[in-house]
Write a protein that binds this ligand. Sequence first.
Ligand code: HEC
Ligand code: HEC
Ligand code: HEC
Ligand code: HEC
Ligand code: HEC
Length: 218
Amino acid sequence: MPQIFRRRSNTIARVSILGSVVFLVVGGWALDAVWWSPYTTKVNVPIEQPVPFSHEHHYSGLGIDCRYCHTSVEKSSFAGIPPTETCMTCHSQLYIDAPLLAPVRQSLAYDVPLRWNRVDDLPDFVYFNHSIHVAKGIGCSTCHGPVNKMPLTWKANTLYMKWCLDCHRNPAQFIRPQEEVFNMQWAPPANQLAQGHKLVEAYHVNTQQLTDCSMCHR
Ligand code: HEC
Ligand code: HEC
Ligand code: HEC
Ligand code: HEC
Ligand code: HEC
């Protein structure tokens, strides 16, 4: 009976098995790298806007409170984007002829809202609510990063499910005193965890349900 497989086949088989393992590992790693890269997540990538609105200028330079423009952030699920009228309280007198502001003037003249490009945008099947986070001591900068230093706004976190859950599993890592929620300079103290556990209790944070699927997928 002649041999069906020649002896060399063994080596070929071994090499190709090893080859596929290496391919899977490298391929998996590459996919993972792409999934978490700024190219996919848009994290830290400034977003172009019809008007180059600068938080750095308006918040840090002029000292305008977040709530002056994002009026509903404490009361509702949406923070809200300011209407053109809010800009015009100042820009009807300041920088009136600036070419940069032409779209703002047109928006007012023709009564068509400015179309800002979204920076943070969850898929429709995810429920999010600003007011509860603000009420329970989660600061703007924890989720949105150093907005006060952004000449054009960018996304500071992936907003992936894993990111939400990292906090929902243990909010003590990030929670801060309520009066510091709007403080863009706030940094966690050395004893954040101990402090955080106290705040979680003081604010009656409902840690039991925070990882239930139905919290975010309703
Ligand atoms: C003078 C008005 C004004 C003030 C004050 C202001 N913002 Fe904004 N904000 C805007 C406008 C206009 C946009 C839309 C354009 C953009 O994304 O930059 C925006 C966008 C944002 C976005 C991105 C929204 C998206 O598309 O997902 C975040 C986050 C944000 N602001 C947070 C803050 C925080 C935090 C503060 C206070 C530190 C603040 N803003 C103060 C006007 C303002
Ligand atoms: C409380 C007053 C005030 C409000 C409200 C305000 N601005 Fe301004 N804005 C200013 C001032 C003052 C400057 C000039 C800043 C400087 O050069 O020091 C300015 C500058 C600008 C510039 C020029 C680029 C820059 O940042 O220097 C743009 C564009 C602009 N504002 C857009 C907007 C838009 C869009 C809104 C509404 C979402 C808005 N502003 C709301 C006061 C305001
Ligand atoms: C727990 C994280 C978290 C905190 C804290 C938070 N945000 Fe947001 N913010 C988000 C997410 C997620 C979105 C996108 C929501 C969506 O796409 O439905 C968002 C969207 C926004 C928007 C776009 C408009 C909107 O409502 O969708 C603005 C403006 C904004 N946030 C401002 C603020 C300000 C100001 C604060 C501080 C008072 C704040 N956020 C605190 C996570 C957070
Ligand atoms: C840095 C911490 C933190 C992050 C990040 C965070 N959350 Fe929360 N979330 C909380 C805390 C604290 C509560 C309050 C729980 C309570 O006491 O009911 C909460 C509550 C909620 C609730 C309950 C709202 C209600 O009306 O009962 C929803 C829904 C929610 N978060 C969705 C999200 C989603 C979606 C994301 C990610 C895009 C997210 N959260 C990211 C800390 C966080
Ligand atoms: C704290 C909020 C939160 C909770 C709790 C949560 N999710 Fe999600 N989920 C998200 C967000 C945000 C996204 C969209 C971003 C992303 O794709 O990761 C998402 C996306 C998904 C997707 C779409 C596929 C994907 O990964 O993009 C599935 C399926 C899903 N979640 C299932 C679940 C199940 C099952 C549970 C319960 C074990 C759960 N989620 C609990 C926030 C949450």
